[in-house]
Design a binder for this molecule. Structure first.
Ligand SMILES: Cc1cc2nc3c(=O)[nH]c(=O)nc-3n(C[C@H](O)[C@H](O)[C@H](O)COP(=O)(O)O)c2cc1C
Length: 190
């Protein structure tokens, strides 16, 4: 705990309070799951940058188990939003990236790990551009395949809806909704 202007504040790690001038750090602190998007479209060069951030993500043995299908058509987005009850924000997004991956008997955990890395790379790249992003799971794989057209040996692992936030533009958060730093981090050993 530290005392700031007479009030007790939660301890904030020093790195989080210093402006290092590194934009990535601002993007990391600004990213949150956005579910209400404005009507503003995303410039194609920005969309390309976000997709390229995913393409450049690391993966086990560099196997890159992903293809990205990017959807910007409103009618298609509204249909795609029906793949899961918690995916309604897909229908309000300016664009949604579907992560398509091989259907595996073994190695699914590793695959999800790598898809997660690609996802967060795209989200940080989006936040760096002031573009909000979210996650959406996919329950109805049949519907996802009908809409996206990927081959039978692939599935849609998840969706990343994108768009400018309708309210609350992205801004570095001083207090993210996260467990305290001192509780999460164990120096040297647990
Ligand atoms: C694997 C995964 C699946 C998720 N699925 C959904 C989803 O289907 N719908 C949704 O609205 N949010 C989904 N989320 C978003 C989480 O609820 C969100 O990341 C978490 O609450 C933290 O939000 P914050 O970063 O805005 O604090 C998912 C997140 C992850 C990592």
């Amino acid at each position: 705990m530290q005392r700031i202007r007479g009030r007790m504040q939660l301890y904030i790690p020093p790195a989080a309070t210093q402006d290092t001038g590194v934009e990535t750090w601002n993007a990391i602190r600004s990213r949150r799951d956005v579910r209400d998007f404005s009507e503003r479209p995303i410039d194609d060069d920005h969309l390309v940058r976000i997709l390229d951030a995913g393409r450049r993500a690391p993966s086990a043995r560099n196997w890159q188990p992903w293809d990205f299908v990017v959807v910007t058509d409103r009618a298609v987005l509204v249909e795609l939003a029906k793949v899961f009850g918690g995916a309604s924000h897909v229908g309000r997004s300016a664009a949604t990236i579907a992560l398509i991956a091989p259907i595996l008997q073994e190695g699914l955990e590793l695959e999800y790990f790598d898809l997660g890395q690609a996802t967060v790379s795209m989200m940080i790249a989006a936040a760096d551009l002031g573009i909000g992003s979210g996650h959406a799971a996919v329950a109805d794989q049949e519907l996802a395949r009908k809409i996206l057209g990927h081959p039978d040996d692939r599935f849609c692992a998840h969706l990343v809806p994108l768009g400018y936030p309708a309210t609350r533009p992205l801004f570095p958060m001083r207090r993210p909704r996260r467990r305290p730093f001192a509780e999460v981090v164990h120096r040297g050993r647990w």
